[in-house]
Ligand binder design. Sequence first.
Ligand code: CAA
Length: 293
Amino acid sequence: DLTPSTGGGGAAREVEAVGVVGSGTMATGMVEVFATSGFPVTYVARSQEKVDAVAAKIAKNLTRKVDKGRMEQADADAVLGRLTGSLERESLADVDLVVEAIAEEIGIKNQLFADLDRICKDGAVLATTTSSLSIADLAARTKRPQDVVGMHFFNPAPVMKLVEVIDQEHTGQDVLDTVVELCKRTRKVPVRCSDRAGFIVNALLFPYLNDAIKAHEAGSSLDEIDAAITAGYGYPMGPFALLDVVGNDVALAIEEELLAEFGHESLTPAPLLREVVAAGKLGRKTGEGFRSY
Ligand code: CAA
């Protein structure tokens, strides 16, 4: 139940400062969401270039809003003033809640959660935006599994309303309440999901995206399929436009995860998806995916 509980030790924890780990598409989007909602945000990246790229991308998005008359320049400046980029995870010692969006590799994520456990103050919420790994496994890397929760944002994070909220066996009710409250303050829509491969959205979305690639392999063009889906379903983007936004490497990883968990032959990634990933055509982020940008 995502209604904040009253009493019973379930009251939301106070969140004033937020931390984000990562500098990719999702991390950058989340930093923008939190800073735009008034939170000071400390984000940790692996190089100064990446720290600068996050701030530059957010500045560009804000400039677009100012140019469209949707935001005052002074407010845009205030958002940028709330950003603190860092190369050290130790800078997260005082944040009330941290969300990580680093590479979807179990070894790297496990090490991160061990680090957060060591570094973050008592009572900090440790959230992950993993879309393919088990939240319970990550919680087990800490001595405070009650603080560990999934907060799965969607791409582009500044625009998409949904946050899937995933609890595991030990997640505290107060932690769930804190996440719900944070979603409210950032104007997101929280939906609770069980800790199962793909949660809700990806478990439904990626079989469809995979089938779209198979339809293309069977002869329909990218444009025909995208046009059919946007005009026929009313989706904002066709499957190939969306794959290039999500990233073909991300799509492949999610499909492999779904296949491993559910075992249906139909979930086997389309050969063409493996080919574009092997060729480095990952989507908009590399300038080429199913289409060129
Ligand atoms: N960052 C920040 N803002 C962005 C943005 C981005 N990357 N892309 C678009 N926007 C903003 C625009 O600035 C614009 O804002 P204003 O109205 O304030 O000017 C607004 O979004 C609408 O954008 P556009 O008019 O340029 O374009 P659009 O109407 O075609 O919308 C879209 C773009 C929101 C991306 C829309 O096409 C869409 O909803 N696409 C589907 C996206 C989707 O399905 N995402 C889920 C992917 S699955 C996932 O993320 C899960 C996972 O684990 C992989």
